[in-house]
Design a protein around this ligand. Structure first.
Ligand code: SF4
Ligand code: SF4
Length: 194
């Protein structure tokens, strides 16, 4: 059965909204002065002065990518394209190339002549890191892509990706596989063609 809901009574002050607006402004100005010129211990701000101040990220935070190094400073990457194939956002572009003929890696491994990640398209899923057989790409930098006003600043090339250290400040990682030329390497003997 329908019934009428009684309307609440409102005073003239309520209906004009002036008193409530002044109360609201009072809270706004109180917080403004408290957080700008008041003593630091009384400030109540949810924000920080980024980029001068930064927050500590959780241990498992997936930071911006980096390409890891071998001990000689060359990229650990062998340009196998596993990461770009696994990438659901299709934001990794690689152009593989062969090492020089006198390099022991010639014929066994390739290197990325071009390696580009479009950090704007990346969804930071970490699939590329999971797919890599060489521990050549990591997201353990502990930082995010810096803010910029230009799209091209988010296109990270090989040199940029190799210039970013891990959270511990290191660039080199151990190869989970054997290096070509390793005496314990059970791989192919190309001269004997087996
Ligand atoms: S984190 Fe995911 S989306 Fe980003 S480059 Fe790697 S695979 Fe692609
Ligand atoms: S980063 Fe790893 S998965 Fe990607 S191309 Fe290089 S070796 Fe392959």
């Amino acid at each position: 059965m329908a019934y009428a809901i009684k309307k609440p009574g409102r005073t003239v002050a309520d209906q004009s909204y002036v008193v409530e607006a002044v109360k609201g402004l009072g809270v706004t100005f109180k917080r403004f002065f408290q957080n700008t010129i008041g003593p630091a211990e009384n400030r109540k701000t949810a924000t920080i002065r980024y980029p001068e101040e930064t927050r500590e990220y959780p241990e498992r935070f997936r930071g911006v990518h980096r390409l890891t190094h071998r001990v000689d400073g060359s990229p650990r990457c062998v340009a196998c394209l596993c990461c770009s194939t696994a990438c659901p956002a299709q934001c990794i572009y690689i152009e593989p190339a062969e090492y020089e003929a006198d390099d022991p890696r010639h014929g066994y491994e390739r290197y990325p002549r071009v390696f580009v990640i479009d950090e704007l398209r990346c969804i930071f899923c970490g699939f590329c890191v999971e797919a890599c057989p060489c521990d050549a790409i990591r997201m353990d930098t502990g930082t995010h892509v810096p803010a910029s006003w230009k799209r091209e600043h988010f296109i990270f090339d090989k040199e940029t990706l190799m210039s970013i250290p891990g959270k511990d400040g290191t660039y080199v990682t151990a190869n989970p596989r054997h290096e070509p030329g390793d005496p314990t390497h059970p791989g192919l003997d190309r001269d004997k063609a087996h």
